[in-house]
Design a protein around this ligand. Structure first.
Ligand SMILES: NC(=O)C1=CN([C@@H]2O[C@H](COP(=O)(O)OP(=O)(O)OC[C@H]3O[C@@H](n4cnc5c(N)ncnc54)[C@H](OP(=O)(O)O)[C@@H]3O)[C@@H](O)[C@H]2O)C=CC1
Ligand SMILES: O=C1O[C@H](COP(=O)(O)O)[C@@H](O)[C@H](O)[C@H]1O
Length: 673
């Protein structure tokens, strides 16, 4: 990227410091220019210099001295030791300066950093004047139909036109007030479907947690929108019943809740009424005042009304001078065709970069950690292929049925509800090649390649089940079809197991086994990586005939009780030679005192910050549906009956046969997990 600077600033001879990814740097020292930056690719390739993911917090990658040494090693000239402004760090930010050469030649053109992240550039100018720094943005791979066009430092393309960036300064507003242009900005978050289950259970609590921890900008307003009649006070009352404070931070909880609730408002309206959204727009404007307005809509509503709402928000209630983004909840269609139709519909009113398709599993701590585990530990990456991995299992189970959601569930079933999205996203992250960088588009490009390399799922590689009533200890647990909102003859699967294959050089022949079920014996989500046998194992006599018991297994327990453990063979202490299987265990509760944030917190914050890495791009979605659609159609057309399993059991026996077909045992069902 080139940075152009106009006179009179061009007297800067040399050297500037770039402060990466720290929106809240407090720089008293003029002049300050805001641009969006990231280091050039070759820098990003150097693992030690890669900017940290914004969500990694609290640990420094290396000390200031080390950083400077490393930078020198890649032939950056020394930065001036003074005047370096003081650093004030925000939790999620990378706080140290990265120094780089900046030359101001006659042409006033500087070869600098490519970028998409927010940051500050401070220039040691001799005249101290203020700077205007138009920047040519880096080219991003975009979904079809979305183009990046040149913008200046305070604009960014969204809604198809350059928009004001919700820049570091707005975050700095948290502490320092107006930005350089003299205008503050505000974020209005509207939860559409505010009276519903997801809004109450997840969205409002997540927004409160963000507020509590200081992650929402200084100026924000939350609106609930739904048809139900409610006053602001009633909404607040409803929301207050769902809020709780983090176990590790109970201080001032009540006061914080009160402050938060004062920022919550409600507007009742129909989902397809532009007039009602005009009313909402008016209310939003009252709160936004003369600030730059940024608007986030969370569609927490049934999918059949997504498009009505998107149309109304877009035509009647989108921001006029800031960004407008829409978080769309799953399901994204029922199959390839309906999903494509939904995407087309959304794109009539929104650009791809305004659409944030949420898959909350991508916001789970251990799912996010997958890439860290793999790409920042030498011990794992070399083993990550067909050469050493025998099979991978992605397991989701819930110990309750569809209670209360039978109506929705019956027209989707477990394959659409869990497998095609949550579990498949995990596979894509798990199996992708090293992305060029941690940028959203680089990661999503790699994920989509995995999905496109996968073999379309065939019916012989799938088994389905449905839970039936079961009585235990005098308690009767209802069957799926006992739910009044479910037809008595429903064939909708509440359990499925499937074997998937990735036809590429890394994963050829390795079964990726998925299993998902409701009303099972336990609640759990985990990834199990079973390694191959040790060739010519010297100790094989110690394992008897069952060599499978001696293979290493890496388990990433996504929930509950997050952990990563590796099963190894170990000598039992003593004079004899007896081996057992033991765990090298990273148990989060023991290792980290901080409570793990809920996935919705991370994703909401990312949407506010415009970080798309954990959201699904439309081509990913198309590739995911392409894998599952033929199977779903066949199941429905042939009316294949699911195998019944008792509520609270380990699921249908068929799942074992499916695994056995590929010489695999489910890791979660062994004697020791
Ligand atoms: N609940 C969950 O755990 C999860 C939900 N999701 C997805 O999130 C979205 C919201 O889920 P959830 O909160 O459970 O949904 P709800 O069924 O609770 O619906 C949300 C709100 O939408 C309105 N609504 C409901 N049905 C209709 C209808 N037929 N026509 C018009 N409006 C209707 C109601 O508000 P009012 O009548 O006041 O207008 C309701 O309060 C869905 O897309 C769901 O698939 C995704 C993951 C988990
Ligand atoms: O998306 C969904 O996820 C939940 C499970 O989410 P979790 O975070 O509690 O594991 C599932 O119950 C629901 O059926 C599905 O729609």
């Amino acid at each position: 990227m080139f940075l152009y600077m106009s006179d009179p600033l061009v007297r800067v001879r040399y050297a500037a410091c770039l402060f990466l990814l720290d929106p809240s740097l407090s720089l008293s020292w003029p002049p300050r220019i805001e641009i969006e930056i990231r280091p050039p690719r070759n820098l990003l390739q150097s693992p030690s210099l890669r900017p940290r993911s914004k969500t990694q917090t609290n640990t420094r990658l290396f000390s200031e001295r080390e950083r400077r040494k490393k930078l020198m090693a890649v032939s950056f000239p020394k930065c001036p030791s003074s005047p370096l402004p003081p650093l004030q760090t925000r939790n999620r930010a990378w706080s140290s300066p990265l120094c780089a050469p900046i030359q101001v030649g006659d042409s006033s053109k500087w070869a600098l950093f490519e970028t998409t992240k927010r940051c500050h550039l401070s220039v040691s100018a001799t005249n101290g004047g203020s700077a205007v720094a138009p920047v040519e943005p880096s080219k991003k791979i975009q979904d079809s139909g979305t183009k990046t066009t040149p913008t200046d430092h305070s604009t960014k393309v969204e809604n198809g036109v350059p928009q004001t960036v919700f820049s570091s300064n707005e975050f700095q507003d948290l502490k320092t007030g107006p930005n350089d242009s003299g205008r503050e900005s505000t974020v209005s978050i509207t939860v559409v479907g505010a009276s519903g289950d997801l809004a109450k259970k997840k969205i409002f609590p997540a927004l409160f947690a963000l507020y509590y921890e200081g992650f929402l900008p200084k100026h924000f307003t939350i609106f609930g929108y739904a048809r139900s009649k409610m006053t602001d006070a009633e909404l607040r009352e409803m929301v207050s019943r769902t809020l709780n404070c983090r176990i590790d931070q109970r201080e001032n909880c009540d006061a914080k809740m009160e402050e938060f609730l004062k920022r919550c408002f409600y507007h009742s309206g129909q989902y397809d009424s532009e007039a009602h959204f005009v009313e909402l727009d008016k209310k939003l404007k009252q709160h936004e005042g003369s600030r730059i307005s940024n608007r986030l809509y969370y569609l927490s509503i049934p999918p059949n009304i997504f498009l009505d709402v998107v149309k109304c928000t877009s035509l009647a209630a989108s921001s006029e001078n800031g960004w407008t983004r829409v978080i769309v909840e799953k399901p994204f269609g029922r199959d390839a065709e309906s999903s494509a139709a939904l995407t087309r519909g959304l794109k009539q009113y929104l650009h791809e970069d305004q659409i944030f398709r949420i898959d909350h599993y991508l916001g789970k701590e251990l799912v996010e950690n997958l890439s860290v585990l793999r790409f920042s530990n030498l011990v794992f990456e070399p083993l990550w292929s067909r050469q050493y991995i025998r099979n991978v299992q992605i397991i989701f189970s819930e110990d309750f049925g569809t209670e209360g959601r039978g109506g929705y569930f019956d027209s989707y079933g477990i394959i659409r509800d869990i497998m095609q999205n949550h579990l498949l996203q995990i596979v894509a992250l798990f199996a992708m090649e090293t992305p060029t960088s941690l940028e959203a588009e680089d990661i999503r490009n790699e994920k989509v390649k995995v999905l496109r390399s996968m073999k379309t799922l065939e019916i012989d590689d799938v088994i389905i089940g449905q839970y039936k009533s079961h009585t235990r200890g005098g308690v009767v647990y209802p069957g799926y079809t006992d739910d009044k909102t479910v037809p008595n003859d429903s064939l909708t699967p509440t359990f499925a197991a499937a074997a998937l294959f990735i036809n590429n050089a890394r994963w050829d022949g390795v079964p990726f086994l998925m299993k998902a079920g409701k009303a099972l014996h336990t609640k759990r989500a985990e990834i199990r990586v079973q390694f191959r046998h040790v060739p010519g194992n010297l100790y094989k006599k110690c394992f008897g005939t069952d060599l499978d018991r001696a293979t290493n297994e890496l388990v990433i327990r996504v929930q509950p009780d997050e952990a990563i453990y590796l099963k190894i063979n170990n000598k039992i202490p003593g004079l004899g030679m007896r081996l057992d299987r033991s765990n090298l265990n990273l148990h989060y509760a023991a290792r980290y005192s901080k409570e793990i944030p809920c996935a919705y917190e991370r994703l909401l914050l990312d949407a506010i910050e415009g970080e798309r890495r954990l959201f699904i791009r439309s081509d990913e979605l198309d590739a995911a549906w392409a894998l599952f659609t033929p199977l779903l159609k066949e199941l429905e057309e042939k009316r294949i009956a699911p195998e019944l399993y008792p509520y609270g059991s380990r699921g249908p026996v068929g799942a074992h046969y499916l695994a056995a077909k590929y010489n695999v045992r489910w890791g979660d069902l062994g004697a020791e997990h």
